[in-house]
Every structure is written in structure tokens, then in C-alpha cells.
Design a protein around this ligand. Sequence first.
Ligand SMILES: Nc1nc2c(ncn2[C@@H]2O[C@H](COP(=O)(O)OP(=O)(O)O)[C@@H](O)[C@H]2O)c(=O)[nH]1
Ligand SMILES: [Mg+2]
Length: 195
Amino acid sequence: MEINTHNAEILLSAANKSHYPQDDIPEIALAGRSNVGKSSFINTLLNRKNLARTSGKPGKTQLLNFFNIDDKLRFVDVPGYGYAKVSKTERAKWGKMIEEYLTTRDNLRAVVSLVDLRHDPSADDVQMYEFLKYYEIPVIIVATKADKIPRGKWNKHESAIKKKLDFDQTDDFIIFSSVDKTGLDQAWDAILGKI
Ligand SMILES: Nc1nc2c(ncn2[C@@H]2O[C@H](COP(=O)(O)OP(=O)(O)O)[C@@H](O)[C@H]2O)c(=O)[nH]1
Ligand SMILES: [Mg+2]
């Protein structure tokens, strides 16, 4: 499929099902801890400086943000998890919103689950991966901030992440950097392979 990635815009923000777009355009959701580099990933893929806002305010109630890409594909930015400052009530609301989207959305083709290449996945990262496997949702693991580790150590970090996640070899694993664009073509190939 030919997609003009320059033709991208934020479409809408949704708190629940009733706000989701009603059509058959395939969606790729993006999930990860706050600060993992999710907005930077979206901006890098779409070759934009600031379409997806980077470093949004932590702790603030957030919504699912739908990005329209050339009327052929949507990215769905799932608000970052792992903020200790958020109250239990907020966290429960957040969980319900994401669970509703991930478990009921027919348009969903895969989830890009972002982790930091430098660190072992957090308990939240592991839980998200287990959740996606349980619901048989295809996963693309994107390990961000590769520019912060020497290339010779990438393999070691990749293995540690895979081990901690109990990674399923049928999923994609992409080492990525939005600073030097490592993994950009692979990320697009993986996404286009799912839609
Ligand atoms: N060195 C480096 N920094 C990154 C990378 N991706 C994101 N960052 C930085 O990490 C911080 C959080 O990024 P952001 O995209 O806002 O993360 P989000 O909270 O997951 O959306 C910002 O300061 C980014 O500039 C990367 O690939 N390499
Ligand atoms: Mg962000």
C-alpha cells in the first residue's frame, strides 16, 4: 500500500467507544511508559517535529489520540502508564479506557509497545505485554533510545528485554532511535505488514 506519510493530522481524542471514528480504517496503537519516547516515535515515523506532543504533562488525565495518516491508516496514541503520581481512581479510569479500546476495537491491527532499550522492562511493561498476548493482539516491540547505548551492547540489552518479557519470537522486535532514526524503515515495514 502507498501511504503518503506527509499527509498526517491529529483527528480526534477519545475517552470511550462512543468517540471512536466509525469506519474500517486500520489502526495501530502505541503504548508505553511515560517518557519512553512514544511521541518522538510518532513524530519520527511521520517525519514531523511536533505532531505528537513530546513530554506532555505527567499526571494529567489523558485521552486516546487518533492520528489520521493519509486516510489509510491511523495511529492511536495511548496515554503513558507508570506514573506513580496518578491517584488510584485516575489509574483505574485510565485502565478501563485502554482495556475497552484494546479488547473491543475491530480496527486494531497491532500494538506498538515501546520499551527503553537501556533498561529491563518495568512491571507495567511486562503486564502490558502479557495482556496483549492474552488477547492475541499482534505486538511490535520497539526498544527506544538506542543512540544512548553503544551498538556493541545492543544485543545484550535486546536479550535481557526479551527474557524479562518472555518474548514470543513471532512478534517483531525493533531497536529504535528517534535521534538518529535507527530502525525507522524496519518500524514502517513492521507496521505495514500488519495492516
Ligand atoms: N536520546 C534519545 N532521546 C529520546 C529518544 N526518544 C525520545 N527521547 C527523549 O525522551 C524524552 C521523552 O520523549 P517523549 O517522546 O515525549 O516520550 P513519551 O512520554 O513516551 O511520549 C524527551 O526528552 C525526548 O527528547 C531517543 O530515541 N533517543
Ligand atoms: Mg507523549
